[in-house]
Design a protein. Structure first.
Length: 160
């Protein structure tokens, strides 16, 4: 059964100031006993975040609809600095490109996330964002961290 992630209760409050914060949290969650409150496993969350980080450098293979791109400048500051809302669904080929394989292991996906973070920290070029178009490296970093906060908020320590 699919979880309606927009209304999930019990999520963690997560705040990352840097990619190092993201990795420290990911390592802690990967080495602890956790549960995920949404539709993805911990490995899927890590793999999705890794793909998104790499997409900020290499490009993401889709564009948001024109109407959304026209409205985006009005929302840009909020979406770069405030928590991202959950429950947003991308459709079609975009979904296929960004939805991770259900069989990915946590260890494999954590390695992918480590690699993606190292690229974001060392490479200066950034691709166009599918919603905002051109973003600076700093803006991409802000967006990537807000995106990671939203997904990682669904990872909580398991009840003993």
């Amino acid at each position: 059964m699919t979880v309606q992630t927009k209304s999930v209760a019990g999520r963690r409050t997560v705040s990352y100031q840097s990619y190092d914060d993201l990795l420290a949290d990911a390592e802690e969650m990967a080495h602890g006993v956790v549960q995920t409150l949404g539709n993805w496993s911990l490995g899927q969350i890590f793999k999705h975040l890794a793909a998104a980080l790499e997409g900020s450098i290499d490009g993401i293979p889709f564009q948001m609809p024109l109407l959304m791109r026209l409205i985006a400048p009005l929302l840009k500051k909020k979406l770069l600095t405030k928590p991202l809302p959950s429950g947003f669904q991308i459709a079609g080929s975009a979904r296929a490109a960004m939805e991770p394989d259900a069989t990915v292991s946590t260890a494999e996906a954590l390695d992918a996330l480590r690699y993606a973070v190292s690229r974001c920290q060392s490479e200066t070029s950034r691709a166009a964002h599918p919603l905002f178009g051109r973003l600076s490296r700093e803006e991409w970093d802000q967006f990537n961290l807000r995106h990671a906060e939203m997904h990682m908020s669904f990872v909580v320590p398991a009840e003993e």
